[in-house]
Ligand binder design. Structure first.
Ligand code: FAD
Length: 386
């Protein structure tokens, strides 16, 4: 329970949901908060170690069933994302990409052998997955992807490259999307296959506590059973993105909450002109507006989560949540930064780190503009994408 819960939204969570949230919050307090400023500064995160700890708690693929996955509700998964991102968006990204993108793709579209091979190890955090859709020349428009998979006897040969791929530098398996003569198909690619190389992208100014990479696929020979048999067409990777975007709808609120709590605490202790910053009407107006937006965002997340649990959530509804909650979270982070004055730009406080991280969150999993186009199409019946 946070003082920010102006609307008593907590009361509409079940006891189990509150317990899961408490466990994840404690884990973040113990394992992420004390170290994350250093990870961010160094541009490195002990992702394997964290994955094993998250695996022990059942956070990896937590909304999936079977194969060692926890089978939690969408709302419980959302609350976990919120708590993880209150620590850092990069840490939440590790969990999202593992569970909602790589594991979900194998769980939803893989063969029984692929599921048995990868999912239990991934749920335990012993194997790390990545999801390769974006390419150097094709981001928002994955339908134009250039990566090709062609048949050679029973085998497949993959050629191309993927860019900006979270977890790629340490991944054991990559879910790689490629164009074939029959359309877009997905492949579960062991990252140690000859011809696969993953290079880390350094010097990011955002999401520095997350490993991002470029994957080169140089005539990679794969057996026929590497293809995800149930994935036909672009709708397959897009359905994985819908899963991950739902987590982001919640996660972004975690980053915003941490900024707001920091700004509230700072404003009540920092004195100027003989009184706490929090006592000035202008500061209260900022805090009030931000808290109202945060509560609206949480109501939206909860509504979408309940729709997901009822099996009724549509992708365009997830776009509403991703567009609004990330846009508001980044606005909150920037406004909180002003309340901290010069300290706002210091790594001693989490606010600028969150604000910088949210720049990536605004861009990945569909940019704000792409979500506006999805909603525009829903409203008008006209596609304005191309
Ligand atoms: P572009 O598509 O080139 O877009 C540039 C700008 O043009 C954007 O503002 C965009 O909104 C706008 N634009 C594009 N088309 C239109 C249009 N039709 N109308 C109006 N405006 C338009 N990808 C993965 O596959 N897997 C990952 O794990 C992954 N992790 C990432 C991690 C980080 C840190 C980052 C930054 C990115 C990651 N991505 C990942 C890539 C991300 O999904 C893409 O960056 C995103 O889809 C946008 O593509 P782009 O960068 O090529 O931008």
């Amino acid at each position: 329970m946070t003082p920010l819960d102006l609307l008593d939204i907590d009361a509409s969570l079940s006891e189990e949901e509150r317990q899961i949230r408490a466990v994840v919050r404690q884990l973040v307090d113990d394992r992420v908060r004390p170290h994350v400023a250093g990870w961010y500064e160094d541009g490195h995160v002990p992702a394997r170690e964290l994955a094993r700890e998250f695996g022990k708690l059942g956070l990896l693929g937590m909304h999936l069933t079977g194969y060692g996955c926890a089978g939690a509700s969408a709302v419980a998964y959302g609350l976990a994302c919120l708590e993880l991102e209150a620590g850092d968006s990069g840490v939440r990204s590790l969990v999202s990409v593992q569970g909602s993108l790589a594991m979900y793709a194998i769980w939803r579209y893989g063969s029984e052998e692929q599921k048995q091979r990868w999912l239990p190890a991934m749920a335990a955090g012993e194997a790390i997955g990545c999801f390769g859709l974006t390419e150097p020349d094709h981001g928002s428009d994955p339908a134009s992807m250039a990566t090709r998979a062609r048949r050679d006897g029973d085998d497949w040969i993959l050629t191309g490259s993927k860019l900006w791929i979270t977890n790629a530098p340490i991944a054991d398996v990559g879910v790689i999307w490629a164009r074939t003569d029959e359309g877009v198909r997905g492949f579960a690619v062991p990252m140690d296959t000859p011809g696969v190389t993953a290079r880390e992208i350094r010097h990011k100014m955002s999401l520095r506590a997350s490993l991002t990479g470029e994957i080169a696929l140089d005539d990679v020979r794969l057996p026929a059973d590497a293809r995800l048999p149930e994935a036909t067409g672009l709708k397959a990777p897009l359905s994985c993105l819908t899963e991950a975007r739902h987590g982001i709808v919640w996660g972004a609120l975690g980053a915003a909450r941490d900024c707001l709590e920091t700004a509230l605490s700072y404003a009540t202790t920092r004195t100027q002109f003989g009184r706490p910053l929090a006592g000035f009407q202008l500061t209260q107006a900022k805090l009030a507006d931000m808290a109202v937006e945060w509560n609206k965002g949480l109501l939206l997340a909860l509504h979408l989560g309940r729709l997901a649990d009822a099996g009724k959530l549509r992708p365009d509804q997830v776009s509403v949540g991703k567009l609004n909650n990330v846009r508001e979270a980044i606005a909150i982070a920037r406004e909180c930064r002003t309340i901290l004055g010069a300290n706002g730009v210091s790594g001693e406080y989490p606010v600028m780190r969150h604000a910088n991280n949210l720049e990536s969150v605004l861009t990945y999993e569909g940019t704000s503009e792409i979500h506006q186009l999805v909603i525009g199409q829903r409203l008008t019946g006209l596609s304005a994408f191309a």
